[in-house]
Design a protein around this ligand. Sequence first.
Ligand SMILES: NC(=O)c1ccc[n+]([C@@H]2O[C@H](COP(=O)([O-])OP(=O)(O)OC[C@H]3O[C@@H](n4cnc5c(N)ncnc54)[C@H](O)[C@@H]3O)[C@@H](O)[C@H]2O)c1
Length: 407
Amino acid sequence: MTVRKGTLLTPAVEEGTPLNVPRVALVGANGHGRWHRRVIGPLHDAGRVRLVALVDTRPIEPEPAAPVPPDTRVFTDHRAMLGEVAPDVVVICTPPHTHLSIARDAVTAGADVLLEKPPVLSTAEHEELAGALATTGRVAQVGFQALGSAALTALTDAVAAGRVGAVRGIATVAAWQRPDAYYSRAPWAGRRLLDGRPVLDGALANPLAHAVMQCLAVAEAVAGGPVEPATIEVERYRVRPIEVDDTAVLRVRPCQGPPIVAAVTLAGEDFVAGEVLVAGDAGQAVLEYPTDRLLLPGEAAASEVPGRCGLLENLLAHRADPRVPLIVPLARTAPFTAVLTALRSAPEPTLLGDELLDAVGAGPQRVLRISGVNEVLRRAVRQGALPSELGVPWAVAPWRIDLTKPE
Ligand SMILES: NC(=O)c1ccc[n+]([C@@H]2O[C@H](COP(=O)([O-])OP(=O)(O)OC[C@H]3O[C@@H](n4cnc5c(N)ncnc54)[C@H](O)[C@@H]3O)[C@@H](O)[C@H]2O)c1
């Protein structure tokens, strides 16, 4: 069924739009938003969604793999877009400190949202958004796309089937490199605060948030329910005069279940895409979450477990039939946000001295690397220990918080 000109309907329905095709808007269309445009493009071309609006405060950058459809409207203000276009689904891919207000506006306007990670920056914000969802009856899916991977399910199934035995520890290690240009690309990059508002763009909170969330998802499967952090210990380091960590080792001890250690850097010597390690008394399983390669105890080599359920497609399926569960409903991210909330109180990361670093490349593409950092991170996840506990010469005492004690 299509709508004819002159029919009295909300602005959500335009001439020629089949009534059952969800109308999607993307807020934050450059940066990682271009990836969302590449996801939405084929769905639009296949008639499964209609991309009705792009919103960005900056001019829309061309994305050759997903040209902007001729009817798609372009806005610089999400409220104007919500008022004029009334989309069914809003994909939000703006800087983290803008997420809550845009998501609140979108659900209040009647849309469901696909909200990029980190969804919000504190448990208070999480509760506020959860309240807005409850009041409006809308849903939010959070952009932790690696949770839609068949490899993660294969890992948690194997753990549940006893392949690693009783789980003693869950850990993640990742070593990336980010050039100076990464931090100059946006005013919020590398900032703890921007205009007095928390941004928290640290390695744990943002680029390697997936690594932390994958561990929490495994811990959720092991414990049979949401993870409630009891204590959090962290050592945070930086190689440049940014306000947040580019290198960190985090240990979370949940109220129930095994400890979780995340050892990550954006100043790595060798590239480690991101491994999730589940150690049990019958062996260790390793999932390379960005590539979906899984190694289970007794296997000679890792193999790819193909298949990812896209989060937008899953949200569309859930809208069409609520019996289809969301893969990453906002509620599932509460433990991640609890960790983030605790880290807000941690002191400024330690600036490592030049003698520990080497530089590769020049100009905006210069990359700083910490000598020996890969080995430190590997030892941290192997032993479930923080660098200071391993006697690493440049390590500082960890910051600790006990969340079971009243403030
Ligand atoms: N899921 C992933 O793997 C993944 C990967 C990269 C980034 N992200 C997330 O995506 C989000 C955006 O990150 P980015 O690196 O693309 O940031 P960015 O700063 O490079 O790009 C954000 C875009 O949003 C626009 N913008 C800012 N404020 C806006 C507003 N109020 N209304 C409309 N547009 C606005 C900016 O002009 C910019 O084009 C962050 O939450 C980030 O963590 C997720």
